[in-house]
Design a protein around this ligand. Structure first.
Ligand code: GLN
Length: 281
């Protein structure tokens, strides 16, 4: 079979299964099997696909149709223009989280040797992107999941920032307890889905670690703890940035006492997405 035929078949199978982006998913999976990018499939639509490759593709399409996320099938997800390894031990980096990284980079651009924490680093996508984009920064990345830290370390090596990213196993900012005025910036994309809504998430999202999604009764349980831990650890004038879900803006601002100057930034879809808080000191 040729590339164009096999893509058509795969797309149809995914569409029948109710997958929302059947063509793109089929292209990513075929590109993965053939070891080429999606554009190459368009350059060579009549390329002959070997029987073994076609069988491998069909197997991946079947798993995708059954609800597995594409990124877990390929082991790979792009974030901030960089390729990251992902496994089912980590949340798949989301495009909307790029806002967190972009805002952090804007705040720290020009800082001499900023010290940054990424709490709940998961795949390390945020920590590693920050280290790549801020060559003078030192980043401390924490996760309670040691399986996630293994993936994050691999990503730091892949992007050659392992010498500036320190990984710590721990609960939120506990590994740094006792330090004072240590960080210039703390970023976090913690679980923020209210417990009662986790079961209603789309099927592929429910394949991701519940540890990375379930944010307790109102979704803000972990951020409540993070805010109180962050205050002594931040330098006066330092920033705390954390991602939230649409509609959580007002409640999230309510977590920050008057020592903080805070506002909510919306994403490209105009949903509440990020809290930017400055510790006045
Ligand atoms: N944005 C994710 C989702 O919609 C949630 C990520 C998180 O809880 N930090 O599934």
């Amino acid at each position: 079979m040729r590339v164009e035929e096999i893509l058509k078949k795969g797309t149809a199978a995914l569409k029948t299964a109710g997958i929302s982006s059947p063509r793109v998913d089929a292209e990513v999976l075929l590109g993965f099997v053939l070891g080429c990018d999606r554009l190459a499939l368009y350059r060579e639509p009549r390329r002959e696909v070997a029987a073994g490759e076609a069988a491998r593709f069909e197997e991946l399409v079947a798993r995708r149709a059954a609800g597995e996320p594409v990124a877990y099938l390929t082991g790979e997800k792009e974030f901030m223009g960089l390729g990251f390894a992902v496994t089912p031990a980590v949340l798949i980096p989301r495009p909307e989280t790029e806002l967190l990284v972009e805002t952090a980079v804007t705040l720290l651009r020009g800082a001499a040797a900023p010290v940054v924490a990424d709490v709940g680093t998961g795949s390390g996508a945020v920590a590693v992107s920050l280290a790549v984009l801020l060559p003078a920064a030192r980043v401390f990345a924490v996760d309670i999941s040691t399986a996630a830290l293994t993936v994050a370390r691999e990503n730091a090596c892949r992007h050659r920032v392992a010498d500036r990213v320190v990984f710590c196993a721990g609960d939120l900012l506990e590994p740094f307890a006792g330090n004072k005025s240590f960080f210039d910036l703390i970023v976090a994309n913690l679980p923020y889905v209210p417990s009662g809504e986790v079961a209603k998430l789309p099927r592929p999202v429910r394949r991701e670690p519940v540890l990375a999604l379930d944010g307790g009764a109102d979704g803000l349980v972990l951020y409540r703890r993070l805010v109180s831990q962050a205050r002594p650890l931040l330098k006066p004038g330092g920033h705390l940035l954390f991602e939230i879900g649409s509609g959580q803006g007002a409640a999230a601002l309510g977590l920050l006492p008057p020592a903080w100057e805070a506002n909510v930034v919306q994403d490209l879809a105009e949903r509440d997405r990020l809290v930017v808080a400055r510790y006045r000191g």
